[in-house]
Design a protein around this ligand. Structure first.
Ligand code: C2E
Ligand code: SIN
Ligand code: SIN
Ligand code: SIN
Ligand code: FE
Ligand code: FE
Length: 585
């Protein structure tokens, strides 16, 4: 299941220009003339503007700042005041580039600001970006709905669990113990929200219930199959385990590989020895892992994880069965197949749930940063996984018990992915500025951590409060010089966000900053510095680690910096896993 593209490609874009000068209308019409999907309506009588916008319901409105009879700012406000027009993005057009006027325009509710006469390509790019954003925001408004449906899916999970329990009562085979433990697991697993955490746990449980020496979990993502987790009990060397745990492989969805065949057919596969598949076998075995790690895969039981619509969401692959005492068994037997089928059907509801959560998070991230729709949220995934590595080590040192740790890992992974979701409220021209921000612009930028409760409710409904903690706290600094402290963004009398005029430099300090926020602060800066941004080149790792060390006790919690650096091998493995490809925001 892949998140729908939020781009406006293919959708016709209508633009209404309100400007009293005919010559401006003609100029804009000429500029848009080369883009057949963009049509322009020019309204030259400002008094008729509201009626025209209301009736035309354009994708984007462009409003001139200075007009006879009505001021452009006032017109923006009227557009914002009226329910029928309030969600239409507005570009303010002005002959003046003064930064105070720009900020004022944003405060009145403008989404973008252009100085007359803009370059044709720039005009078109801004219009397209706003059109894409408007579409994305429409999706955002339906998101609360979807989360509601998710709660319904959970109820379904519980119901199917009860059904499984009933069937167990009548099951008199020796399998009963194994099946019962699957039934008990179902409830617990349906509480896991994050898809990567869930598949890791599924693999772990399936391996224990079925007694397998090794295993791998795969998720179907569009046309490819991503290996999410590999486990192997015969390795004990920590470095090998680390590499194995974060192995990154993508397989195509086709029937050539064993796993690809399971995805394509939706059938369970049980092979006694993958190295002696018959010549006419439907698939072949790829010895990549065996070759890389010096392991000998023999028997494989691979079960599809099937959603309610019949689509295969993933595959659990169990490798080399063992007895309870650890000695090898010849192969997986028919009872094992039954157990694997029950296990997969128990898992499918929580899988669907977690898939839905992931796809909504990816949508929100895309919407917040207006990234290329093909971007898979690699930055968010890397930040989330670095954060998990730091948390795990911290929890170990602080004696957090394993059940609690597991629960917190799930909350943290989701929260960390969402850390910058407040950027949805930041005007594009600041978010995407290809240079250094001025103080005034940075003050607006800080607003991405200050979204108030109303916006949080909208953005984060259905997510744990850990997400709000991280969104609000990820730019706090250990020494108290970060932001936003206790500030929330004010709203004007029309209900619109009023961005702060000056950067905040006093925030919370030390352990007043929630642990998850302190962790994400390090993970975010590490990843931001290692990536290309519109305003900077990527830094080499050495320089980044020097900065972390320098900032221990100033920007960052010193204990967490020490932990981060002590786990640098795991951090590097994550960079490889999620492709540390340069990103441009
Ligand atoms: P981001 O790009 O994801 O950066 C996250 C944090 O990484 C920054 O938080 C900062 O602590 C650190 N960081 C990023 N780049 C640099 C750098 O070149 N040098 C140093 N020493 N630290 C860096 P911060 O500063 O609060 O910024 C938050 C967000 O504001 C950034 O997220 C970015 O989206 C935006 N931003 C900040 N400065 C600029 C800028 O000069 N130009 C533009 N276009 N955006 C900026
Ligand atoms: C106009 O663009 O409407 C006239 C010039 C100006 O606004 O300053
Ligand atoms: C304009 O809208 O073109 C004029 C800007 C101003 O005088 O404020
Ligand atoms: C395959 O051959 O299907 C993929 C490799 C693996 O089993 O891990
Ligand atoms: Fe941020
Ligand atoms: Fe970030």
């Amino acid at each position: 299941m892949s998140a729908a593209s939020s781009g406006s490609q293919g959708d016709a874009i209508t633009v209404t220009l309100v400007d009293d000068q005919l010559i401006v209308g003609e100029a804009v019409r000429r500029m848009l003339g080369e883009d057949p999907d963009i049509t322009l309506e020019h309204i030259d009588d400002p008094a008729a503007a509201m009626a025209g916008i209301r009736e035309q319901q354009p994708t984007v409105v462009i409003i001139d700042l200075v007009m006879p009879g009505i001021d452009g700012m006032e017109l923006i406000q009227r557009v914002r005041d009226e329910p029928a027009t309030r969600d239409i993005p507005v570009i303010m057009l002005s002959s003046e580039s003064d930064v105070h006027r720009k900020v004022e325009a944003f405060q009145y509710g403008a989404n973008d600001f252009l100085v007359k006469m803009p370059d044709r390509l720039e005009l078109v790019a801004r219009i397209r970006a706003l059109a894409a954003k408007a579409i994305a925001e429409r999706e955002l408004r339906t998101m609360a709905d979807r989360l509601q449906r998710q709660a319904v899916a959970l109820d379904e999970a519980n119901r199917s669990l009860q059904a499984l329990n009933v069937s167990l009562e009548s099951d008199v085979s020796q399998q009963r113990g194994r099946l019962r433990s699957i039934a008990m697991l179902g409830n617990e697993l349906s509480r896991i929200q994050d898809i990567d955490i869930l598949t890791e746990r599924l693999l772990d449980e399936a391996r224990h219930i079925l007694g397998a020496d090794a295993g791998a979990a795969f998720l179907v993502e569009g046309e490819s199959i991503r290996l999410t987790h590999a486990q192997n009990e015969s390795f004990s060397d920590p470095e090998t385990l680390e590499r194995l745990k974060r192995s990154a492989v993508n397989l195509p969805v086709n029937s050539r590989s064993l796993v690809g065949w399971v995805v394509q057919t939706g059938e369970l596969v049980n092979v006694e020895d993958v190295y002696s598949l018959p010549g006419n076998a439907a698939f072949s075995f790829n010895p990549y892992f065996d070759d890389t790690y010096g392991y000998r895969t023999r028997s494989v039981l691979a079960a599809p994880l099937v959603g309610t619509a019949g689509t295969v969401m993933g595959v659990l692959e169990l490798i080399n069965p063992r007895q309870a005492d650890g000695t090898p068994r010849a192969c997986f037997d028919p009872d094992d197949e039954t157990v694997a089928r029950h296990f997969a059907s128990m898992a499918s509801v929580s899988m669907q749930n977690a898939q839905l959560t992931r796809s909504m998070i990816l949508r929100m991230i895309r919407m917040a940063e207006l990234r290329d729709p093909t971007e898979t949220g690699a930055h968010a995934n890397r930040v989330a996984e670095y954060a998990l590595v730091v948390y795990e080590e911290w929890a170990k040192r602080h004696g957090v018990d394993p059940d609690e740790r597991e629960k917190q890992r799930d909350r943290l992974r989701i929260a960390a992915m969402l850390h910058d979701v407040g950027k949805v409220a930041i005007p594009d021209m600041i978010l995407k500025k290809p240079g250094k921000l001025t103080d005034e612009e940075f003050a607006v930028m800080q607003g991405h951590t200050m979204v108030d409760d109303t916006l949080f409710d909208e953005l984060l409904s259905g997510y744990d409060e850990a997400a709000a903690e991280v969104v609000r706290g990820h730019h706090e600094r250990w020494d108290g010089s970060g932001y936003p402290g206790s500030q929330v963004m004010a709203r004007d009398e029309h209900g619109y966000l009023v961005f702060p005029g000056e950067p905040i430099r006093t925030g919370r300090s030390g352990e007043d900053i929630p642990l998850f926020a302190r962790i994400v602060a390090i993970a975010d800066v590490f990843d931001a510095l290692g990536s290309a941004r519109a305003y900077k080149d990527p830094w080499p790792e050495e320089r980044i680690l020097d900065l972390l060390r320098e900032e221990a006790g100033a920007h960052f919690d010193p204990e967490l910096v020490e932990i981060f650096i002590s786990r640098i091998e795991a951090i590097r493995a994550i960079q490889v896993k999620w492709g540390a490809a340069p990103e441009v925001t």
